[in-house]
Design a protein around this ligand. Structure first.
Ligand code: S3P
Length: 176
């Protein structure tokens, strides 16, 4: 059945947009299982994300990401927190579109920066001018987030994760 195939929820959005935090809350609200793609990549390699980037390179990371997105999407009734770069790969978008209601966490640049500025776990932002880098990457990726999503939710510094999860829950129920 069509609706059975799309009963997962995939959260997409830039680094720091809150995919994991909101995903966990949302999974509770809907009594679904929560999975975090970055966590699974780390667990499979027994390395942190920065270690994987450093030792094996970004292409290797992207390959693992693609495999795990595919494998996990086969499961049902799960909320999937993706990594911010998941939309770079067309295969990922295709896989997620077939299996999941895709939600874009549309977080302002200021909000993203506030949340990631002290983070050491994001190799792509490990540069001198982090704010510039965020703006650059964000402007390249924004269109991909938008066209991939079934539903978008705006997030800023004031947003509360419970309200955001509630909005997504309603959109998901209305859609199914
Ligand atoms: C990345 C985002 C990260 C992680 C990796 C690459 C990206 O995930 O997958 O560092 O390309 O935007 P988060 O969005 O959870 O930080």
């Amino acid at each position: 059945k069509e609706e059975q195939m799309k009963d997962n929820i995939a959260l997409i959005g830039f680094m720091g947009s809150g995919k994991s935090t909101i995903g966990r809350v949302l999974a509770k609200y809907l009594d679904m299982k929560f999975i975090d793609i970055d966590k699974m990549i780390s667990a499979r390699e027994k390395k942190t994300i920065p270690e994987i980037f450093e030792e094996k390179g970004e292409a290797y990371f992207r390959k693992l990401e693609r495999e795990i997105v595919y494998e996990e999407s086969l499961d049902n009734n799960i909320v999937i927190a993706t990594g911010g770069g998941v939309i770079i790969d067309n295969e990922n978008i295709k896989t997620l579109r077939e299996t999941s209601f895709i939600v874009y966490l549309d977080c302002t640049i200021e909000c993203i920066y506030e949340r990631v500025k002290h983070s050491k776990g994001r190799p792509l932002l490990n540069v001198d001018d982090m704010f510039e880098k965020i703006k650059e990457l964000h402007s390249k990726r924004e269109i991909l987030y938008r066209i991939s999503a079934d539903f978008s939710v705006k997030i800023d510094i004031e947003s509360n994760m419970y309200d955001t999860a509630e909005k997504i829950k309603e959109a998901y129920i209305y859609n199914s």
